[in-house]
Design a protein around this ligand. Structure first.
Ligand SMILES: [Zn+2]
Length: 87
């Protein structure tokens, strides 16, 4: 990007997923495989477990931990955990 300016931090409205809060590509690339999970609510959205846990974006359900991609996914998971939990 060559565009000057400081509005980049505000770019929260990215189309294509629930919230635009996905791990940075370089974070994903450097993350060990076992630190990468998929959000059970927004299927196809990669989640870094360590990042999600720092932000409290995870749920323990039925002895299994699920990592969520963003704040919006927590209530959705809580509303219907059986729907998202895959044993
Ligand atoms: Zn999400």
């Amino acid at each position: 990007m060559t565009t000057p300016g400081n509005r980049d931090q505000d770019s929260t409205a990215k189309a294509g997923d629930c919230c635009g809060h996905t791990p940075a590509k370089e974070d994903l690339a450097s993350a060990p495989d076992q630190d990468v999970a998929e959000c059970p609510v927004m299927v196809g959205t990669p989640v870094l477990k360590s990042q999600a846990e720092e932000l409290g974006l995870y749920r323990d359900h039925d002895g299994q931990r699920y990592w969520l991609c963003c704040d919006s996914c927590g209530p959705l998971f809580d509303a219907d955990p059986e729907r998202y939990a895959t044993a």
